[in-house]
Design a protein around this ligand. Structure first.
Ligand SMILES: [Zn+2]
Ligand SMILES: [Zn+2]
Ligand SMILES: [Zn+2]
Length: 248
């Protein structure tokens, strides 16, 4: 399995419009240090699955036939803006799995174009070819699902957006070892009342409990990048365009 991070930023990812902090200035000077909205590509068993679609250049990145489906964590704009453009393709229909959310995003589900929306429920696993996908509940301001991918004995869990994890989700994740956990971490430690997303202390506690073989933090805001620049700890922040390979 290969997971490539195409967007690792939160809604206040560097560079933030109007911000002159070190992280934002650095991201303006060096675009490789800027963080795009949530998107990741999972390649497994010949399948190419997009996890979230926040980037607005997905149409250019993925020519017709290059994706087998999209797994949408939830209907916030920073996770589905790319789909508002991709839906008007004339190529083959593209399945999009997502949580039940009667609000959706703007007119996306009313006018889906070539997208084929399919509702998923936490705990109801399904298969795409040889890959088993288990949706898991997350704790966010909208109905949100994390995705656990299993192929053979290998497992990857993608858990964003969330603050903490429900007990039922811990139970599914504790079921067998996890090779890679990708976890929401939007804020540095000490932010008062970090709503809807983990801060670094909370994310560290979750990872300590899950004990995956590898972890990456994602959905990072500029103040977390600012904090990490001055930190000497072993922080497992995802990098833009980074690929993590899990050997079969
Ligand atoms: Zn900033
Ligand atoms: Zn969100
Ligand atoms: Zn988000």
């Amino acid at each position: 399995m290969r997971l490539t991070f195409l967007g690792t930023g939160g809604v206040w990812a560097a560079p933030v419009h109007g911000c002159a902090c070190r992280a934002c200035d650095a991201a303006r000077a060096d675009p490789s240090r800027a963080r795009a909205p949530a998107s990741a590509l999972l390649e497994v068993a010949g399948l190419r699955l997009l996890i979230d679609a926040g980037r607005t250049d997905l149409v250019e990145r993925f020519p017709p036939g290059s994706l087998d489906g999209v797994l949408l964590t939830h209907f916030h704009a920073d996770h589905c803006l790319g789909l508002t453009l991709m839906r008007w393709s004339l190529a083959e229909p593209l399945p999009v799995w997502h949580p039940h959310d009667s609000r959706g995003y703007d007119d996306l589900t009313k006018h889906p174009g070539r997208l084929r929306f399919q509702t998923c429920a936490a705990g109801d696993a399904f298969c795409i070819g040889p890959v088993t996908i288990t949706p898991v509940a997350l704790i966010h301001s909208r109905p949100t699902l994390g995705w656990v991918f299993a192929h053979g004995a290998r497992r990857i869990a993608y858990l964003s957006d969330t603050r903490g994890l429900p007990d039922d989700t811990y139970a599914i994740l504790d079921d067998s070892p996890i090779d890679l956990v990708v976890l929401d971490c939007a804020y540095p430690p000490g932010v008062p009342d970090p709503r809807n997303h983990n801060d670094l202390d909370e994310a560290s506690e979750i990872l300590a409990q899950l004990a995956p073989r590898q972890a990456r933090l994602t959905h990072m805001n500029h103040d977390l990048d600012e904090y990490s620049a001055g930190s000497t700890g072993s922080l497992c922040f995802a990098n833009e365009e980074e690929t993590v390979v899990i050997d079969e």
